[in-house]
Design a protein around this ligand. Structure first.
Ligand SMILES: NC(=O)c1ccc[n+]([C@@H]2O[C@H](COP(=O)([O-])OP(=O)(O)OC[C@H]3O[C@@H](n4cnc5c(N)ncnc54)[C@H](OP(=O)(O)O)[C@@H]3O)[C@@H](O)[C@H]2O)c1
Length: 268
């Protein structure tokens, strides 16, 4: 039987690239995201690659939908070898312009979504004493990025979730790995939250982000997908993909210096 992977946020960006790469490497793939048509298009590409794909339209902020996703995945394949928690959204803006509604949205998708999927598949991982959980975090979960407080809070929580779960589950035969992308030229602007004191300031933030994505320093979704496949093949605690690795290493060695640099370079 082919190995199986379940990927959230598999319709676009990093999740889609990961789904295609795993299919190229012999995996059957369970694809989850909200948009059914996009999921079906990814599934068709996987079938063209000679593998099976199951699409389960799912909003990961709803635990019942996530349980249904896990049930359908297990019913179809009997066992899921790899869970990739990936569906996430970005938000930038001064904290005073970030509403509590924004906070709830970010934390619900970026943190609770990961917890729900992990809980839904945990019984089968524990029963088989095998499997890998890859949590896609962010270098914003390793380094504090000004004007991204809600996003960084959610991603620091993902780091804590990943590192702690790893210690608990590793003795039970289950690998838990964190893959932390830097700025990646995916489709995330489609659903990012940009805030400012007015619409003009919010649009400026969007434009800044668009410029960053054009930079040769930006990663591509395929770079992150390769890192995800690699940690499944060669389990390790965490990998930081792209230019954020330098910032993370500097922050670890000299946090005061790095914080000063961040305050001076990332302005309101
Ligand atoms: N791109 C970057 O610069 C960057 C940097 C660091 C970390 N990351 C992290 O990488 C991960 C993937 O991001 P990406 O850049 O590939 O984003 P993306 O291109 O916007 O793709 C996000 C995927 O998540 C799905 N999604 C969003 N909300 C969802 C929900 N409530 N339920 C189910 N699926 C949902 C989207 O599909 P639907 O909208 O159809 O549901 C889509 O398939 C995220 O965790 C992100 O934080 C990205």
């Amino acid at each position: 039987m082919a190995p199986t992977v379940l990927i959230t946020g598999a319709s676009q960006g990093i999740g889609k690239a990961t789904a295609l790469l795993f299919a190229q490497n012999g995996y059957d793939v369970v694809l989850a995201a909200r948009d059914r048509d996009r999921l079906n298009r990814v599934a068709q590409e996987i079938v063209t690659l000679g593998r099976e794909a199951l699409t389960v339209p799912t909003d990961i902020i709803d635990p019942q939908q996530v349980n249904t996703l896990a049930e359908k995945a297990i019913a179809a394949y009997g066992n899921i070898d790899v869970l990739v928690n990936n569906a996430g959204i970005c938000s930038t803006g001064p904290i005073e312009n970030t509403s509590l509604e924004d906070w709830h949205k970010i934390i619900n998708v970026n943190l609770w979504g990961y917890i729900y999927t992990t809980y839904a598949l945990l019984p089968q991982f524990l029963a088989s004493r095998a499997g890998t959980i890859v949590n896609v975090g962010s270098f914003g979960g390793k380094v504090p990025l000004p004007y991204m407080t809600a996003y960084c809070t959610s991603k620091y929580a993902v780091t804590g979730f990943t590192e702690t779960l790893r210690l608990e589950l590793e003795p039970k035969g289950i690998q838990v790995c964190g893959v932390h992308p830097s700025v990646t030229n995916s489709d995330f602007l489609e659903r990012s939250i940009f805030r400012g004191q007015d619409e003009q300031e919010a649009n400026q933030r969007l434009q800044q982000m668009q410029e960053m994505l054009k930079s040769p320093l930006a990663s591509q979704p395929e770079d992150v997908a390769k890192a995800i496949l690699n940690v499944v093949k060669h389990p390790q605690a965490e990998v930081i993909v792209g230019i954020g690795a330098v910032a993370t290493a500097t922050h670890r060695l000299a946090p005061g210096l790095m914080n000063l640099i961040l305050q001076q370079t990332v302005k309101a």
